[in-house]
Design a protein around this ligand. Structure first.
Ligand SMILES: Cc1ncc(COP(=O)(O)O)c(C=O)c1O
Length: 397
């Protein structure tokens, strides 16, 4: 059976992790893997999560299945968190949602639904985008294309090029995949003014918004990070949303995500929800319970919610602080564009204008690990090694 099986090429991020692990230099800096780390380099379990788990451990009475669309209290709480509890789409019952196995499970489930309703559509993704977007969506059977997004010289978003490209290349009924905030891998987000222009632009051209919100709360704040999503829902009668609790609740391995279809009527929302259930049933049958149960507990308990909000603020502010420090350290001749960009960008990632050879020099000469594309996870640094990081970046330029 397995005679003809060939090894797959190594995953670039896994390879980088292995190289970093094998490096015995004590001063190494790991800016590779996409998880949040605290100042001591640890990805800790949040206190709010630990407390919720203790309570849940005492109260949980069964391990029976959660159903194909998962925990609906969790879905309602997540939607209220992202949109505000009094959002009209919620009060009018116009959202059909399902719990999913992480944001990745949500992206796949959303793509499978799109395949049912728009099998001929192209899904347009930014250049660059999170590497896993492509297999998660294209393996649902949808065609994919890419629109210009990040300019590696200005280190900002090429918004006019993006609009121009979509105008010329996307056809009515196509889908535009958008990072709601904290763009991975660049950290370069659309400004509120750009969302304000993009939403009606897409509506006029019949382009459908599919929003990936994997880092909300970790960019500038809950309201700022959900602005684009809310703008799209205000302008478009229908939107698809894939969200994740992996980063903002640090629940990575608990695989906690959400897919939601904002529809024109309560009736259509129910249909979309039943489709999510039927599709999830044939993919993984039912989502895991634990992460969603913990999120719901946190969001419904005033004390736990307060603790989580302050932990989320700490994670975000630590990254903003590191960005500020790195920006100051890079603000010398030759580093000005990077200095501006790392300060303005959001979330864990920035993509620096480095070649693979320069990224390799960072590894071999400075024990600094980032992707060959120049993508770095700022949370892997700390206040004491930022000066050395800036010096090394300027050295290899
Ligand atoms: C842009 C983006 N979307 C979605 C995800 C999915 O995350 P998860 O499946 O771990 O919840 C990630 C994870 O890195 C991401 O970067």
């Amino acid at each position: 059976m397995f005679e003809a099986l060939q090894p797959r090429p190594n995953d670039a991020i896994m390879e980088l992790m292995q190289k970093c692990k094998a490096d015995e230099r004590e001063h190494k800096i790991d800016l590779g893997v996409g998880v949040y780390k605290d100042a001591s380099g640890q990805t800790v379990i949040l206190k709010s999560v630990k407390l919720a788990e203790e309570m849940w451990g005492r109260e949980e009475t069964t391990k029976t299945y959660v159903g194909t669309t998962g925990n609906q209290d969790y879905c309602a709480d997540m939607l209220a968190l992202m949109l505000g509890a009094d959002h009209p789409a919620i009060s009018e019952g116009r959202i059909g949602a399902s719990q999913t196995a992480g944001g990745s499970g949500a992206l796949r489930l959303g793509a499978e639904l799109l395949k049912v309703v728009a099998p001929e559509a192209t899904v347009w993704a930014s250049t660059p985008t999170w590497a896993n977007h492509i297999p998660l969506i294209s393996e649902a059977g949808l065609r994919m294309g890419s629109y210009p997004y990040y300019n590696r010289e200005t280190l900002g978003v090429d918004f006019e090029d993006m609009l121009d490209y979509l105008d010329k290349n996307a056809k009515r009924g196509d889908i535009v995949l958008l990072h709601g905030c904290c763009h991975n891998p660049t950290g370069a987000d659309l400004s509120p003014e750009e969302w304000d222009r993009l939403a009606p632009f897409m509506l006029e051209r019949g382009l459908f918004p599919y929003i990936d919100l994997a880092y909300f709360g970790l960019g500038r704040g809950m309201a700022e990070d959900t602005y684009g999503l809310r703008k799209m829902i205000e302008v478009h009668p229908e939107v698809l949303l894939a969200a994740s609790c992996s980063k903002n609740f640090a629940l990575y391995r608990e695989r906690t995500g959400l897919i939601a279809a904002i529809t024109k009527s309560a009736e259509k929302a129910q249909i979309a929800q039943s489709q999510f259930g039927a599709i999830q049933r044939k993919l993984i049958s039912m989502p895991p319970d634990h992460g969603a149960a913990i999120v719901t507990r946190i969001l419904r308990d005033e004390n736990l919610r307060g603790i989580w909000e302050s932990e989320l603020d700490d994670m975000r502010e630590r990254m903003r602080g590191l960005r500020q420090l790195l920006s100051e350290a890079l603000d010398v001749q030759g580093g000005e564009a990077m200095s501006r960009a790392v300060k303005d960008q959001n979330g864990m990632f920035s993509t620096l204008p480095l070649s693979p050879a320069q990224a390799e020099r960072l590894r071999s000469e400075h024990a600094i690990y980032m992707m060959n594309s120049g993508r770095m996870n700022i949370a892997g640094a700390n206040a004491s090694n930022i000066p050395r990081l800036a010096e090394a970046i300027l050295d290899v330029l």
